[in-house]
Design a binder for this molecule. Structure first.
Ligand SMILES: CC(C)(COP(=O)(O)OP(=O)(O)OC[C@H]1O[C@@H](n2cnc3c(N)ncnc32)[C@H](O)[C@@H]1OP(=O)(O)O)[C@@H](O)C(=O)NCCC(=O)NCCS
Length: 182
């Protein structure tokens, strides 16, 4: 009997490494997606303070030039950003035994692309990049109230190993620290 195997159409998104020329687009995208994700759960002043401290072309330019950072972009066929992952070497989760950790410092997918597989592509690329750095573990902090992101990370092999504080503006928030071996 012939069996038809349906295959998913390829995702119209490709992953590439960011360069300093992407600083402006990344600053706009990062600020917008952070705002869209978290504005409803934070005061306007805490959001303003956080955005000013983390997202501006000069800040992203410095990070893109920093050899400790690896930034991966998911871009659609027109070259527009659909998501990004930012890895940072040299930081270990406090109080957690690790051999050679790399941190997923930021991981964002634009709303229209959520649930489409873009995040999974980015996560595989992030793991490959961390392995290329010689990492043995990938770890991250995710807000205790961000259940969608936690579910995504669990699906990709991360488990909760602790907590840490992440300050948004003036508000100290509890993050789950999640880790997976590579
Ligand atoms: C976190 C993020 C990258 C995940 O990408 P995604 O495309 O949404 O991920 P997926 O859809 O593959 O997986 C999310 C899972 O959470 C589930 N989910 C959706 N909403 C949920 C909710 N409110 N609570 C719990 N789980 C939820 C989904 O069903 C899915 O699981 P499934 O595949 O088993 O059905 C993306 O949602 C995002 O960029 N969010 C905004 C920014 C952010 O929070 N970044 C993380 C910072 S640490």
């Amino acid at each position: 009997m012939n069996r038809h195997v349906a295959s998913e159409p390829p995702l119209p998104v490709a992953i590439r490494r960011a360069t300093v020329a992407d600083a402006e687009a990344l600053a706009e995208f990062g600020a917008r997606t952070f705002f869209e994700t978290f504005a409803k759960d934070n005061t306007a002043e805490d959001m303003r303070m956080h955005l000013a401290s983390a997202w501006a072309p000069a800040l992203q330019r410095a990070e893109l030039l920093d050899v400790q950072f690896d930034t991966l972009l998911a871009c659609d066929r027109e070259g527009r950003l659909a998501g990004f992952a930012q890895l940072r070497v040299g930081h270990a989760p406090a109080g957690i035994a690790t051999v050679k950790p790399v941190e997923v410092l930021r991981f964002y997918v634009d709303q229209p692309w959520q649930g489409q597989g873009v995040a999974g592509l980015l996560m595989l690329a992030a793991q490959d990049q961390a392995r290329a750095r010689g990492a043995r573990e990938l770890w991250l902090g995710v807000w205790e109230r961000n259940e969608r992101a936690q579910a995504f990370y669990r699906k990709h092999g991360f488990r909760k190993v602790g907590t840490q504080i992440f300050v948004v503006g003036t508000d100290p928030q509890t993050d789950h620290v999640m880790l997976r071996e590579l």
